[in-house]
Design a protein around this ligand. Structure first.
Ligand SMILES: NC(=O)c1ccc[n+]([C@@H]2O[C@H](COP(=O)([O-])OP(=O)(O)OC[C@H]3O[C@@H](n4cnc5c(N)ncnc54)[C@H](OP(=O)(O)O)[C@@H]3O)[C@@H](O)[C@H]2O)c1
Length: 309
């Protein structure tokens, strides 16, 4: 099969499009013929060698976790899927998922039926970002209807899904984004958008119930000033000193996304009901994975990037 592998950690140039063995399936797994693979910032963090994920793995490795495709073969004990089924999922995170390839061996527990209303390219954009947003809002923050929530990087892969889920849940959503993305974030259901390039959010919001940060340590530290005592902060990248949050009586969460077939099925249901949309900013053929990483590393996406096989 064709795949994009790295033989060393480094810049986008270490991504090599080449032939690789088709993976073998173990008990409880299916072989998926991948039609599209989603690109997430963790992919280039691993590629650069700057992540604990992938560290110590024997090289070469195949990056990526999000896939959408068709079941090609099943292990003898598998009953949940049959060849020809259209599936999508986040495979093996935070172990290697090896998604940048024409075939992926995936545990059945990591796959659910592909949303019927989406193409494979759109479906591949969903799992990691949507599961992260879901787990941050509902598992960590335990978001309640009527709460005032600030989402940092509301136009990004995770943020744009977070805005919609929070709005659907009855929250008053405020998002940060650059002016270019303000209208987009509003269209997702944000009541207010703050242009972080011209306005310090601390100057225009306060007394919030929750903040969902998708930017980093500095934004999280600054966010403590706008959360009410007893309020909550969840971060998905970077890490602030827990004592800072404790001093202000703010509940601090940091999450690492995990597989949940149940949540993924609920996400697919919302998509097929027309309530949740996924924005695909750019699509590249698999052999142009380097360009996809270069774009992702700019940190200025609207929605997601996808590789098409
Ligand atoms: N812990 C976990 O399980 C987990 C899961 C998923 C992601 N993550 C991490 O979370 C981060 C976000 O992921 P993602 O996929 O959403 O990234 P992304 O799609 O690359 O985010 C891009 C967005 O960030 C916005 N942005 C950049 N700087 C900003 C700032 N200072 N304030 C507000 N918005 C800003 C950009 O808006 P403009 O273009 O308008 O500037 C753009 O829309 C990444 O670091 C990723 O690795 C962690």
């Amino acid at each position: 099969m064709k795949a994009v592998r790295i033989h060393q950690f480094g810049g986008p140039e270490v991504l090599i499009y080449e032939s690789a063995p088709v993976p073998e399936i173990a008990a409880g797994e299916v072989l998926v013929r991948v039609k599209a693979a989603g690109v997430n910032p963790v992919d280039w963090k691993v590629r650069s060698g700057g992540s604990r994920i992938g560290a110590g793995e024997p090289l070469p490795i195949i990056l990526g976790w999000d896939i959408s495709g068709t079941v090609e073969a099943i292990a003898p004990d598998v009953t949940a899927f049959k060849p020809g089924d259209e599936v999508f999922g986040m495979v093996r995170f935070p172990e290697l998922g090896s998604a940048y390839a024409e075939y992926v061996a995936a545990p059945v527990a990591h796959l659910t039926p592909k949303p019927k209303t989406l193409t494979h390219v759109q479906a591949a954009a969903v799992p990691l970002a949507a599961l992260t947003a879901w787990q941050a809002l509902f598992d960590a923050l335990d978001l309640q209807p009527g709460q005032r929530l600030l989402i940092h990087a509301a136009a990004g892969g995770v943020g744009h899904i977070g805005v919609q889920l929070a709005r659907m849940h009855g929250a008053h959503v405020i998002g940060t984004a650059s002016a270019r993305n303000a209208e987009f974030v509003r269209s997702l259901g944000a009541a207010e958008v703050i242009d972080y390039t011209t306005t310090h959010f601390e100057k225009v919001v306060g007394d919030l119930d929750c903040v969902f940060d998708c930017v980093g340590t500095q934004t999280q530290t600054r966010s403590l000033a706008v959360i009410r005592p007893g309020g909550k902060l969840v971060g998905i990248t970077g890490q602030i000193e827990p004592a800072l949050a404790k001093a202000r009586k703010i509940e601090l969460h940091r999450i690492l996304v995990h597989t949940s077939a149940e949540q993924q099925a609920q996400i697919a249901e919302l998509i097929d009901a027309g309530e949740l949309k996924v924005e695909v900013d750019a699509v590249f053929p698999l052999h142009e994975a380097r360009n996809a990483h270069e774009l992702s590393e700019t940190r200025h996406l609207r929605g997601k990037i996808v590789l098409e096989m």
